[in-house]
Design a protein around this ligand. Structure first.
Ligand code: SF4
Ligand code: SF4
Length: 327
């Protein structure tokens, strides 16, 4: 395939990508995970040791308690359930009336020491957003490791038994992301149609129920980027995403109203920028930490979102975010 020169993302926008009032705090608790998926943008694995410290956890709890404007605390990783701070942060957020999202790989429920997690999540009414990149076993195991599909099905059945997917207070959403493109690129299928297919297949074959399906585009970050580079497909993939740029997605981008925090307490506009080490900045160009948010007594210190070429992944077609397609 011919190499494509990608237009800088900023040049594609009709005006600066400004930040709106912060309502979502997404906390990446660290890089340890019981899996090591081929597409992981965090490059997480069981060998990674990075995780939140008690000090940063305390600062985050102060932020959660101090700012009523935060509506959602979104816990991710790695496998957030196995990382320091998971339960104290979830409980602090619930105690202040916030929605708590746990981004779960489901298989963690079968690791020693984490068998109580489904009951814990149900007891605290945590919303579970679980990866299930396909409803076919082969595709899931290829991407995530042998046996992951079967474990995921057992985990979903367990969550259903606890009321997830049917009780309106126990929300269970699934996440679809396509295989990392080999050479023939395509965007995720239409979300509502795929959701119908997932629901029909999982109900018929496994008796599984869930609330919503989110389709997420693979952004060329982390292991996805490494895979693309290995196949010399990184630039062509960016070109493909740029060709599918949809200006209608821009006002809905998740980076506009969220802060993404890393395990060291640094602040970013989103988890992708976090992985690419592109920190959020104040209007005067200073980096931000959770300590600084507390010192200034404000979450709204950022004027403009930091962008890069991989942002085309969020704006291609119907758009993509941690909450699925944007339009
Ligand atoms: S994609 Fe999720 S489950 Fe897979 S290695 Fe990364 S953090 Fe773990
Ligand atoms: S990667 Fe997506 S969410 Fe992150 S800054 Fe770019 S457009 Fe926003």
């Amino acid at each position: 395939m011919i190499q494509t020169a990608v237009t800088p993302f900023k040049n594609k926008l009709s005006s600066a990508l400004t930040k709106q009032q912060i309502t979502v705090l997404q906390i990446n608790l660290g890089k340890r995970c019981n899996l090591a998926c081929t597409h992981c943008h965090v490059e997480a694995s069981p060998k990674r040791t990075e995780e939140l410290s008690p000090e940063i956890c305390e600062q985050l709890i102060k932020i959660i308690r101090r700012f009523p404007q935060i509506q959602t605390v979104d816990l991710t990783g790695g496998a957030p359930e196995m990382l320091y701070g998971f339960k104290p942060l979830a409980e602090a957020a619930k105690a202040t009336g916030k929605e708590v999202i746990v981004r779960s790989n489901l298989t963690i429920y079968f690791e020693p020491g984490f068998e109580d997690i489904p009951e814990y999540c149900a007891q605290h009414q945590l919303r579970i957003v679980a990866s299930l990149p396909c409803y076919m076993a082969d595709n899931v195991d290829k991407m995530r490791g042998k046996g992951v599909f079967d474990s995921s099905i057992l985990a979903l059945q367990k969550l259903n038994q606890l009321g997830y997917g049917t009780n309106p207070n126990l929300i269970l959403d699934l996440v679809y992301n396509p295989q990392v493109p080999a050479d023939k690129f395509s965007l995720a299928p239409e979300q509502s149609k795929l959701e119908r297919d997932y629901k029909a297949y999982l109900a018929e074959h496994f008796g599984i129920y869930f609330d919503r399906l989110f389709t997420i585009t693979n952004l060329p970050v982390g292991r996805t980027k490494l895979q693309l580079e290995r196949k010399q497909q990184h630039e062509p993939y960016l070109g493909f995403l740029e060709d599918n740029f949809n200006p209608g997605t821009v006002e809905h981008l998740m980076c506009r109203n969220e802060l993404s925090i890393d395990y060291l307490g640094n602040v970013y506009d989103c988890d992708f920028n976090q992985m690419e080490n592109l920190p959020a900045k104040t209007a005067s160009g200073e980096k931000i930490t959770v300590a600084k948010l507390l010192e200034f007594g404000s979450l709204d210190l950022i004027q403009e979102v930091q962008t890069a070429a991989y942002c085309y992944g969020c704006t291609a077609g119907c758009g993509s975010s941690c909450g699925g397609s944007l339009i």
